[in-house]
Design a protein around this ligand. Structure first.
Ligand SMILES: [Zn+2]
Length: 67
């Protein structure tokens, strides 16, 4: 599964990659809050404060193309 995090205000893409919960397991990224903290807690484009409640998180399941 992949995960996408966008600013809820201006739709700026903040994170796209492997699902963070899965990365958590691999210890690649501590958690979503750490991703947001890497932006200084504010959207680099519009300054919108970033927290779990102010971003859009989209988790996508890869579609399997069976017959
Ligand atoms: Zn923004």
């Amino acid at each position: 599964m992949s995960e996408k995090i966008n600013c809820d205000n201006c739709d700026m893409l903040l994170y796209f990659g492997e699902e963070i919960k899965r990365r958590l397991y691999m210890r690649a990224i501590p958690d979503e809050a750490a991703v947001l903290a890497s932006y200084g807690g504010a959207c680099p484009r519009c300054g919108h404060p970033l927290s779990a409640d102010t971003v859009k998180v989209e988790i996508r399941r890869r579609r399997t193309h069976g017959s």
